[in-house]
Design a protein around this ligand. Structure first.
Ligand code: GRF
Length: 197
């Protein structure tokens, strides 16, 4: 059976933790899929460099370009991408892409949505807010992407404790470990049994 073709969208400063975890799950057969293309706004991030080293396909698409939406969609189609996985991509997606891939775009968020999501809730801001609120539990969520930040249906969550004495940094590290396991499992479920956005 042909493998499901994934496009992974990363951010301009991508670290690549989630990207690597997904790519490894594809390579060792835990995930019946392949990374058809990695799309990045910048070519000099650690994640983009790793993509080149691995011999994976990297496409640079600038969100500042005119006709960004059509351009991004053309790249996705050129690589016959079937699913789009956001991994550190923090912008809203253009309408063209949301419409063409409705129900087939996923994102991972480093908190237990619907709490601690929305515009501006990314990176350390999320963990700072969780610690400041005195939460005893956090985790990560994989959800379908819609036209609003972090509001699409949640399809997968993994939880972890917030320990007494945690700082945003220690919590971020614990959640990132969970993300390595969560995203590929969520993708595996989603591609078998698509949800609607
Ligand atoms: C992760 O924390 C993810 O939850 C969020 O962006 C971060 C990306 O990190 N959406 P990395 O590039 O995968 O290391």
């Amino acid at each position: 059976m042909p493998k499901t073709r994934l496009a992974i969208l990363i951010g301009p400063k991508g670290r690549g933790t989630n990207l690597k975890a997904i790519a490894r799950a594809c390579q060792d057969g835990r995930l019946e899929a392949e990374v058809a293309v990695v799309i990045s706004p910048a070519g000099d991030s650690p994640a983009a460099q790793w993509v080149r080293e691995q011999g994976l396909t990297l496409e640079l698409v600038s969100p500042k370009a005119e006709a960004y939406g059509g351009g991004l969609l053309a790249v996705l189609r050129a690589h016959s991408a079937e699913w789009v996985c956001l991994a550190g991509y923090t912008r809203l997606l253009p309408t063209e892409v949301l419409n063409a891939y409705a129900g087939r775009i996923l994102n991972i968020h480093p908190a237990l949505l619907p709490k601690y999501g929305g515009k501006g809730m990314y990176g350390s801001h999320v963990h700072e807010a969780v610690v400041a609120a005195g939460e005893t539990e956090s985790g990560c969520s994989v959800h379908l992407v819609t036209e609003r930040y972090d509001e699409g249906p949640i399809i997968f969550q993994v939880r972890c404790p917030v320990e007494p004495g945690d700082t945003p940094e220690t919590l971020a590290a614990r959640v990132l470990e969970l993300e390595k396991q969560a995203y590929w499992q969520a993708i595996a479920q989603a591609i078998k049994r698509p949800h609607s956005a």
